[in-house]
Design a binder for this molecule. Sequence first.
Ligand code: URA
Length: 218
Amino acid sequence: MNAAAQAATDPDVQVITHPLVQHKLTLLRQKDLSTSSFRRLLHEISVLMAYEVTREMPTHLVEIETPLTKMMSPVIDGKKTCFVVVMRAGSGFLDGMLEVVPGARVGHIGLYRDPKTLGAVEYYFKMPHGMDERDAIVLDPMLATGNSAVAAVDRLKEARPKSIRFVCLLAAPEGIANMRRHHADVPIITAAIDERLNDHGYIVPGLGDAGDRLFGTK
Ligand code: URA
């Protein structure tokens, strides 16, 4: 079994195989895509992924009145959800998630990858108050070496959220293994597990640099 197939057997790694997500991901991977198309597709995928990510979201019953009668009906408590954006590429995932859960709170973690060591360096951290009552959903499109993901979750755990899940678009087996070593308690939700990393820490086949493609910086 290759590394990607092996990683997919982990019960805490969920691959979203919905045909719409897979179709849009294929379009997104292609190199000759304009910045605006890349941004639009990432947005569309994040809306679709939000449906899976929020599948287990707790609901409670409220009394409402239909034109015919009163009834108890379920609502989610969106404010208890906190999307945690790992800057900068994670912001491309945010708007789609907020479309589905508009009441969610948003935290930001700023990390960049040291090009020599590939280690994560933090430059920003801001969470909403009351994290102990919130379910945190970390958004970072590329789980590559996993160093930024591990560093982001390390920092987030200091804020003591009620639960943490990690959502990415592409994951490398190396990144999943790194997360499993450091944060075995954090489920990973992804649209695909790719083959491997190259010598520069990029996911292969991947889609290139998600931040650069999203913001047109290269
Ligand atoms: N970050 C990216 O944007 N792409 C990769 O392939 C790896 C890390």
